[in-house]
Design a protein around this ligand. Structure first.
Ligand code: SF4
Length: 192
């Protein structure tokens, strides 16, 4: 999937099918609160850019949520700049790339009111377990994930999560190291 092929109205459906847990978490928080703080906007915004959301569609997507709690003028003044910035249209005109798992896991620990980060690293283990159960992940998959977490193997836990979600046998996927790769691999599994 290339830039321009994903539109704002496809994100909801894609988030359920092909987003890693970190991005599902950000998406749900955005839909619930109609807002994300800076760390979340960066992590999620760059991910969406990476999977092929164009700048125009990104502005449409963020605007439609944020304007549920603020007027369009405020959104344009305070938030649109950052989105254009992520696409290299403002400031240094650098092209910002989506964060890798390592970066998400190792830097910028989320605080209260933040939804960025890696759930396998930053979420309370009991809460995470509940979340996984609610997604019908149990049995040997859940056991493996909990063992991974105890050993601080967060990306391995994400890989086992991927296998559970896509009905693959355990330890058959070659490993998740980037949220964009999770998305691509998921689309390959689903669309052949
Ligand atoms: Fe996201 Fe990577 Fe954590 Fe998986 S391991 S939830 S893709 S940051």
């Amino acid at each position: 999937i290339n830039v321009g092929q994903i539109t704002a109205d496809m994100i909801e459906m894609l988030s359920k099918k092909s987003f890693p847990l970190c991005m599902q978490h950000l998406h749900q928080a955005l839909r619930q609160n109609h807002h994300l703080r800076h760390g979340g906007r960066m992590q999620y915004g760059l991910f969406l850019k990476g999977i092929g959301l164009s700048l125009d569609e990104a502005l449409k997507f963020w605007r439609s949520e944020f304007t549920k709690i603020m007027d369009g003028d405020k959104f344009d003044k305070q938030y649109a700049y950052n989105i254009r910035h992520n696409y290299g249209k403002e400031g240094k005109r650098a092209d910002y790339t989506p964060y890798s798992c390592m970066k998400i896991i190792m830097s910028n620990v989320p605080g209260t009111g933040d939804y960025h980060g890696c759930p396998f690293r930053h979420m309370d283990a009991d809460l995470l377990k509940q979340k996984l159960r609610a997604q019908n992940i149990g049995g040997e998959y859940l056991d493996k994930i909990m063992i991974d977490l105890k050993g601080n193997h967060y990306q391995l836990a994400c890989t086992h999560y991927f296998e559970a979600v896509h009905h693959l046998s355990l330890d058959t996927h070659n490993g998740i190291n980037h949220p964009s790769q999770y998305f691509d691999d998921s689309q390959k599994e689903l669309n052949g």
